[in-house]
Design a protein around this ligand. Structure first.
Ligand code: ADP
Length: 400
């Protein structure tokens, strides 16, 4: 178990800046996921920790040791990658135990560790098989077991579950969490799957374009994203964003206004982006007393997606029926809102509805920089009476 510290780490490949002045402090025994879109620098960050690549600038410390110039084998780390590299001529037992045998571990200890590790990754009964007799998923489990048996100070995993089928992936997430508790090992885990990061990590490090955006516990990233990028990346379906303007009286947009006392908020009279998650929008008839003091927003239901445990409703704010969009597209178009409601809600397509936003869950971001201005406008003003705001872009009598 060891802390890992990246101090101003930059990695350049000619004119590409893969990692940009990264400062990252991962605590002893912590499970941290590095998340971000493809190409944002997650793997390069991991490789600088592993010693597979040397930073152009900055230092990497593991425990109390500056490992920036140490080879991987001297760093006390074990790695698991998405692409599996097993020895084809060795059976599962030999593959898992390879590192231990190289280090001349006692046979009983090797047996014990292999048994424990193969149990964790569900490979019991397969120890005699050769890699060619295993599925891709089983091969990946061998790679994970091989890393487990070494009991490293730091476990580095780069998309290790990406090739497993959905059911096994969910199972392995739980197993990795259990493993983390059992071994008390620092785990740094790379994934582009924010749901994987949300369920497993103590903290999530969100990276975009080589830069660390936020490192916080999953729910803090979810509820208090530091900027619009984090807000849009964490959570599925994504947060809705609507462009607007911040005034002394609140927020104005092309489609609705929200009244609140913006005293103390910046930038007044400038462009801001409002963010609201699908679950924080409700149909007015269902709104509870906490949200019923909010302004209602007139909208039209476009498409309904029953998911079983909830229904996604694509709302058109300007009344015009629009083409079906995916949830991510819908939540980035300013005249669209995606909301989720209980599965037994009676609502049809192409219906006029009034919706309210949970004011405590309304996020505002500075449009120019993307930086968060506030999370929640509920405490910023006295309760405002219900005030229906007619959208500007009417398309003829759809609004009730
Ligand atoms: P991620 O793991 O988030 O998908 P990477 O760390 O693999 O991202 O890549 C970050 C950026 O650095 C990308 O633009 C990628 O093309 C570039 N890159 C990564 N490795 C190399 C390399 N060996 N040579 C040149 N460019 C690289």
């Amino acid at each position: 178990m060891a802390r890992v510290h990246l101090d101003d780490v930059t990695k350049r490949y000619e004119d590409i800046v893969a990692v940009d002045e990264m400062n990252l402090e991962i605590r002893d025994g912590e499970f941290v996921c590095l998340v971000g879109p493809s190409g944002c620098g997650k793997s390069t960050t991991m490789e600088t920790i592993a010693g597979l690549t040397k930073p152009t600038e900055g230092t990497v410390t593991i425990g109390e040791t500056d490992v920036t110039n140490l080879p991987p084998k001297d760093r006390g780390v074990s790695m698991v990658f998405q692409n599996i590299a097993l020895f084809p001529h060795m059976n599962v037992y030999e593959n898992i135990s390879f590192g231990l045998r190289l280090r001349k571990f006692d046979t009983d200890e090797i047996d014990r560790r292999v048994e424990q590790a193969s149990d964790v990754v569900q490979l019991e009964g397969m120890l005699d098989r050769e890699p060619s007799e295993l599925s891709g998923g089983q091969q990946q489990r061998v790679a994970i077991a091989r890393a487990i048996v070494r009991k490293p100070d730091v476990f580095l995993m780069d998309e290790p579950l990406a090739n497993l089928d959905a059911k096994l992936r969910v199972h392995m997430r739980t197993e990795l969490q259990r493993l983390h508790k059992q071994l008390d090992t620092t785990i740094i885990y790379v994934t582009h799957d924010q749901a994987e990061a949300m369920t497993m990590s103590d903290r999530i490090a969100v990276i975009n374009a080589g830069e660390l955006q936020q490192i916080d516990p999953p729910l803090v990233c979810y509820n208090e994203p530091k900027n619009r990028f984090v807000a849009g990346f964490i959570g599925s379906p994504s947060m809705n964003f609507v462009e607007g303007n911040l005034t002394d009286d609140g927020l104005t947009t092309d489609h609705f206004d929200l009244e609140f006392d913006s005293d103390g908020l910046e930038p007044i009279d400038d462009d801001v982006t409002m963010g609201i998650r699908p679950e924080d929008i409700s149909l007015e008839r269902e709104a509870d007393s906490a949200t019923s003091t909010s302004e209602t927003i007139e909208a039209r239901t476009d498409v309904l997606e029953p998911m079983g445990d909830e229904i996604f409703i694509y709302l058109s704010l300007d009344g015009a029926s629009s083409e079906m969009m995916t949830s991510n597209e819908a939540s980035t178009a300013s005249n669209q809102l995606l909301m989720s409601v209980d599965p037994d809600t009676e609502v049809g397509e192409d219906e006029s509805v009034s919706v309210v936003l949970d004011r405590s869950k309304v996020h505002l971001f500075e449009t120019a920089s993307g930086e968060a201005i506030t999370h929640g406008i509920a405490d910023l003003s006295d309760a405002t009476p219900t005030a229906s705001v007619a959208p500007e872009a009417e398309s003829g009598g759809q609004h009730e």
